[in-house]
Design a protein around this ligand. Sequence first.
Ligand code: FES
Length: 98
Amino acid sequence: MTPSKFRPATHLLVCTNARAPDDPLRSGCGAHGPAVFAALKREALARAMASRVWVTATGCMGQCPPSGCAVAVYPRNEHLVAVVEDDAPAIFQRAITP
Ligand code: FES
């Protein structure tokens, strides 16, 4: 294995996992995750920060909120739940603020 030289300053991981509505683990983040992912990508592009702030769609991160989706912010190791598309600008700003 070789460490990559490509590393973001901030990495936003957005759960887009979708489960069936009757799944015992609830329906997952699929109803909101893709829109949150797209909104955070737009923020990165609009601020010309896409090379430093990476936004990645993921599977389940174990949070499984009953509404919205889960977002993890690294390197802060901050996990947000019940995230909806309108939260994207605030999440992005908070993530890049020292
Ligand atoms: S389904 Fe999104 S965190 Fe579990």
